[in-house]
Each structure stands twice: as structure tokens, then as C-alpha cells.
Ligand binder design. Structure first.
Ligand code: G6P
Length: 613
């Protein structure tokens, strides 16, 4: 939520910051703003997207200066409008601040500041913060980095901030707690951003700030990091291995489309060094160090949100079937607030694409306090979740920019499949012949995903047939039940059609009442077990004139004869089915959203990285 960028160095700040904001726009797109300084402070703010900000700037002259900050907003406090857009200024107009997060005690602080004569023009919590720093500076006469540190001791909530002081125009001050912030170290220049994407074109040398750290970067090339208690910290400088080409759309119209089509490769990348069909083994170095504790765990608890939660449900089916370890899958937001029973012999798995989701982070904090082993399955390298876990595995899907998650989902499911197989093998709960069969089949999955993608014309046609629907139902059994949930979520997210996912058999307990000739029912019907049951479910829908779109295994005649439309996917072992059956559902949502004229990559009200509760 909200993307922030800062630059100080020798180059023109404006184009660098605008480009950075465009790369961070997936984090929020309600409004955008920028401030630069070149003897004179220039601030531009605009409701809407970064392109609206660019148009606003075009109406006057492009702001000059080699220092600046920029923001793209996902509104929390106050409507998305020009006034509430960041940056926000202190009362005397000398301090400029951008913020990602929520200041929970902003009302108390605001009232106290009002008594000191401060006046506020926006409805945001952020404006309170910049006034608080101004007041601290006024009272103490401290340099800006110290004033920021002291002011932050009074703040409750989450923040990633960058502050520019026009009285000290060669430095930027940045701080974080709960919201991510990365420092890029170039030659006589520094970049600060919510994630590394705006930085990597300029330098791969980065420092991920930790919670309650304050960094000051100077044009001279000096920088220093302190904690909130004024102790100097030794920065951990890392070299990233990210390519700028990974951040483009390539020949695709949308990031989501590109990411759907990348899946044969991203699944392969996730398996690299972990699955060897030739020699017949799977391994996960993440579980090696704690293998005793993990394989003897009494219980696994998966904590996740959104699409990652759906991947977690598939993980439950996989781990329980193959490794016979009980698994509970929790919405991270629920887990953290319900005083759950978590023991020291539990393993808590955090699933997160971004590695920054506030609820997942908080749930992990709780699990850690209770002594459980924390395992991260994360995409974003160096993210907060990746850094707070005891052990973990990256899914190596590369940057996912489309707000609706696709390749991260299949990466998470691939990783959980490997984990379940490793544990099953170690615990002796999976027969060797089946283990070898699954390994061989897993290695075939990327080419089978590619085959599903070749079917896109038919899926596009079906999308055209149902694009006017106002509701849709997704049904699946067993491994395909979480896929039904994910299919429904994809449709809701990007096309704004109301959709629900259900276990096929549960249809009789409510949703069947909704079925009529206007209701598309998407049935994921590739199951070998309970095949007859799913055929009966389809018959029940047809008897009520529902429009059935069935995802079936290649060569299926029975369902093809009953359903209105069928989408075939290659045959595979049941535990691996989700990796194939989710692909047509991703494409179906994508085409429907495009046909309805929706902004596929930036659906309304959503953000990719949910760093607020
Ligand atoms: C947001 C995104 C979803 C994502 C969820 C969890 O809602 O729009 O695509 O699944 O957050 O995010 P995470 O980064 O923790 O997987």
C-alpha cells in the first residue's frame, strides 16, 4: 500500500522519481505526488495515477533539482483527492514528507499540535507526522535526522517515511516500522524506495532497513543508520540479482497476461535444484537445517492472505496426504487476533508473494513469541517476512506486478508440493514408487502448463460468451476446491463480477438456489477420485438451466457431453492438478476483464502489497 521513492545525488531527480513511481504504482494508484528542491521547493500532487501527475506537471515547467521525493497512494485516512495526496508539508513549508503506513495515534497527536497552533489542511495521518517533526525541531533545534528520530518515539503505528528539509537540501531522512523501505547505494547518489524495483536500474547495492531504523543519506556519499534509541547500526549491504528486463511488459498488453504466460518458466525456476527426475529425488535446502524439528512437528499452521491463502489450502491437502502431518490454514488477520493455540512443536508457514503483508507479518510475530518454528515461502527477496523467519524457501517467480496474483500462486503451490514430497519421503509416509512417479510428473508440469496456455483462443471465446454475467459460481472437489476459490477471487478482483467458490458438494446447501440460465457455473472437474460425484453435481446445475463451463482432463467424453463448454487440460496425478487447472481460470478472468474494459493490472480499490491492517 502506497509506494514511496526518494533520490539525492547529481542527476535530475524528477524523471528518476517519476519512473520509480510508475514501477511502484502496483502498490496504490489513488493519487500521486512529487517534491523536488533546487533553491526553491516545487510540489505537485494529483488525484489519480502517475500519468495524471505527469500531465499536471506538463501544464507548468518540469521541476528541477537533484533531490526529491515522490509518492503513489492507496488511501487510508481521507478521500483520494489532490489535498490528501502526498507529499505533505510542515506549517512553515520547510519540511516535506511522504509516508506509507498508518499512524494510529494521529488524532491524539493532532489535538496536541493544534493546541500549539498547528493548522492542518488535509484529512491525513501523514500531515500530523510532518507537523510533529516540525514541532520537535522547533523545540529542540535538532538537525532533521534527529528531529525525525525523536518525533517517531511518540508515534504508534506503521510507517515508511522519507523527509526532505529545505534548510538542509543535501540530505534525505528515511525511517521504517512495519512498512518496507530499501536504500540503494550508488556512486555519489542514493535511492530510497518501498521495494528495489525503482533502484535496480541504477545500482544493485542495497540495504533493507529494519523496523525502527532511521537512515540519513547525503549527497556527499555519506550515510548513517541509527535505531530509534539513537544507537548507530552497522548496515548490511547486499548485492541484488534483479534485471530491469524483468520489470517490463515485453510484448504483452498487461503484466497479468505476461505473468500468466511466464508460468512454465517460473514453475521450472521454482523446481531448479530442488527436483531431479533423472536421479529421482526432491530436496528443499530450507528444511535441511531444521529437518528434525520440521519432520517431527506435531502440526503445521499456514498463515496467509488472499491468493496465498488459497495456495495454503492446497498445501494442506498435499502435506496431509503425502506427509501425514496435520495442517491448519489460517487467515493471518484472524490468527493474530484470536489468541490461538500455538505450541513450540508447531511449524508456522508464512505464505506471501510480497513478503510484506502486514497481517501475515503480525501473525508470524505472534507465532514466534509462542516459540513455534517459522518457515517462510516468499517471492520477494529480502522482504520483511523473508528476514523474520527461522528458515524458508524463495519461490523464484521474479517480480509480480499485476495486482491479481498468478505466477506467485503456482510458485507457492509448486514449492508446497516439493515440501510435502520431501517430508513424506523423510517420514516414510509416501511409497517409493509413488514418490518417483510424482517426481517425474512434477518435472513434466511446465510443459503441460504451456499446453494449457496454447488453448487460450477457446478460453477467450468462452469469456466472450459469459462476460455480461453479474454472478458466477466456481465448484471443485478435493485439490480442485481451493482452485475454485482462487478462480472466483480472480474474477472478482479484475472484472468486478461477483463470484463465489464452493466445494462442489456444498452447492446443495445454499448456492443451488441462485442457479438459473443467467448463472455461469465453472466446474473444475478433472478429479479421478469422486469423478461420478462431480458428474452428478454438473447434472444438478444443468437441471436448473445453469450454464456449465467445465475444466476437464483431455479426452473426457462424459462431462463434455453434458457441459455447455469444456476446457481440456492434460492428465496428471491428482496432487499436481491445481498447477494445471488454475491456468484456464486465470485466463478466463483475464479475458473477461479485458472485454469489460477493466484495468486488469490495477483493479479498483486493490493494492498488491497490503502493508496496512
Ligand atoms: C493482496 C493482493 C493479492 C495477494 C494478497 C496477499 O490482496 O492483491 O494478490 O494474494 O494481498 O499478499 P501476499 O504478498 O502476502 O501474498
Amino acid at each position: 500500500m502506497c509506494g514511496i521513492v526518494g533520490y539525492v545525488g547529481t542527476k535530475d531527480a524528477y524523471p528518476l522519481i517519476i519512473k520509480g513511481l510508475q514501477l511502484l504504482e502496483y502498490r496504490g494508484y489513488d493519487s500521486a505526488g512529487i517534491a523536488t528542491y533546487n533553491g526553491k521547493l516545487r510540489v505537485f500532487k494529483k488525484k489519480g495515477k502517475v500519468k495524471d501527475l505527469i500531465n499536471l506537471v506538463k501544464e507548468s515547467s518540469v521541476p528541477e533539482g537533484t533531490i526529491g521525493i515522490g509518492h503513489t497512494r492507496w488511501a487510508t485516512h481521507g478521500l483520494p483527492n489532490d489535498i490528501n495526496a502526498h507529499p505533505h508539508l510542515s506549517g512553515d513549508g520547510k519540511l516535506v514528507l511522504i509516508h506509507n503506513g498508518i499512524i494510529e495515534n494521529y488524532n491524539v497527536l493532532k489535538e496536541a499540535l493544534k493546541k500549539e497552533g498547528h493548522e492542518f489542511i488535509s484529512e491525513t495521518d501523514t500531515e500530523v507526522l510532518v507537523h510533529l517533526i516540525e514541532e520537535t525541531q522547533k523545540r529542540t533545534g535538532l538537525p532533521i535526522e534527529e528531529a525525525v528520530r525523536v518525533a517517531l518515539t511518540k508515534v504508534v503505528g506503521a510507517y515508511a517515511i522519507i523527509v526532505m528539509d529545505t534548510d538542509e537540501p543535501d540530505k534525505l531522512v528515511a525511517a521504517r516500522k512495519g512498512s518496507p523501505l530499501v536504500l540503494g547505494i550508488g556512486e555519489d547518489e542514493f535511492f530510497i524506495a518501498s521495494d528495489p524495483t525503482p533502484i535496480i536500474e541504477h545500482t544493485q547495492k542495497v540495504v533493507f532497513l529494519n523496523d525502527e531504523e532511521i537512515a540519513v543519506v547525503q549527497r556527499s556519499g555519506d550515510f548513517q543508520i541509527k535505531d530509534i534509541d539513537n544507537r548507530i547500526q552497522t548496515p548490511f549491504i547486499q548485492e541484488l540479482d534483479m534485471k530491469i528486463a524483468e520489470l517490463g511488459k515485453g510484448d504483452f498488453d498487461y503484466y497479468m497476461q505476461k505473468e500468466i504466460y511466464e508460468q512454465p518458466k517460473t514453475i521450472e525456476d521454482c523446481m531448479r535444484g530442488r527436483v531431479n527426475a533423472h536421479e529421482g529425488w526432491v530436496m528443499l535446502s530450507g528444511i535441511k537445517e531444521f529437518s528434525e524439528r520440521i519432520s517431527k512437528a506435531k502440526r503445521f499452521i499456514v498463515a496467509a492472505c488472499g491468493t496465498s491463502w488459497h495456495a495454503g489450502l492446497i498445501g494442506e491437502y498435499l502435506i496431509e496426504e503425502l506427509a501425514r502431518i496435520p495442517v491448519e490454514v489460517e487467515y493471518a488477520s484472524e490468527l493474530r487476533y484470536r489468541n490461538p493455540i500455538i505450541n513450540s512443536d508447531d511449524v508456522v508457514i508464512a505464505l506471501s508473494q510480497s513478503g510484506e503483508t502486514a497481517d501475515t507479518l503480525a501473525a508470524l510475530g505472534l507465532a514466534k513469541e509462542k516459540g513455534a518454528l517459522i518457515y517462510g515461502v516468499v517471492n520477494a527477496v529480502g522482504s520483511s517476512i523473508a528476514r523474520m523467519t527461522d528458515a524458508g524457501s524463495y519461490i523464484h517467480a521474479g517480480p509480480e506486478i499485476g495486482v491479481a496474483s498468478t505466477k506467485a500462486f503456482t510458485g507457492q503451490v509448486t514449492l508446497l508440493t516439493i515440501m510435502a514430497m520431501c517430508l513424506g519421503y523423510e517420514r516414510g509416509t509416501i511409497p517409493r514408487s509413488y514418490y518417483l512417479q510424482l517426481i517425474e510428473e512434477l518435472a513434466n508440469i511446465p510443459s503441460k502448463v504451456a499446453r494449457v496456455l496454447e488453448n487460450s483462443k477457446k478460453i477467450e471465446y468462452i469469456a466472450g460468451e459469459i462476460k455480461e454475467a453479474t454472478n458466477a459460481l466456481y465448484l471443485g472437489r478435493g485439490y480442485n476446491f481451493p482452485v475454485a476459490l482462487e478462480g472466483a477471487l480472480k474474477l472478482k478482483e479484475i472484472s468486478y463480477i461477483h463470484a463465489e467458490g464452493y466445494p462442489a458438494a456444498e452447492m446443495k446447501h445454499g448456492p443451488i438456489a441462485l442457479i438459473d440460465e443467467n448463472m455461469p457455473v465453472i466446474v473444475i472437474a478433472t478429479n479421478k477420485s469422486a469423478y461420478e460425484k462431480i458428474v452428478s453435481n454438473i447434472q444438478e446445475v444443468k437441471a436448473r438451466k445453469g450454464v456449465v463451463i467445465a475444466v476437464v482432463t483431455e479426452g473426457d467424453k462424459i462431462i463434455s457431453d453434458i457441459a455447455d463448454y469444456t476446457i481440456e487440460i492434460p492428465d496428471t496425478d491428482e496432487p499436481l492438478t491445481p498447477l494445471l487447472s488454475v491456468i484456464p481460470l486465470q485466463l478466463l478472468s483475464y479475458y473477461i476483464a479485458v472485454m469489460r474494459g477493466c484495468n486488469v493490472d490495477q483493479p479498483r480499490n486493490l493494492a498488491k502489497s497490503v502493508t496496512v491492517e
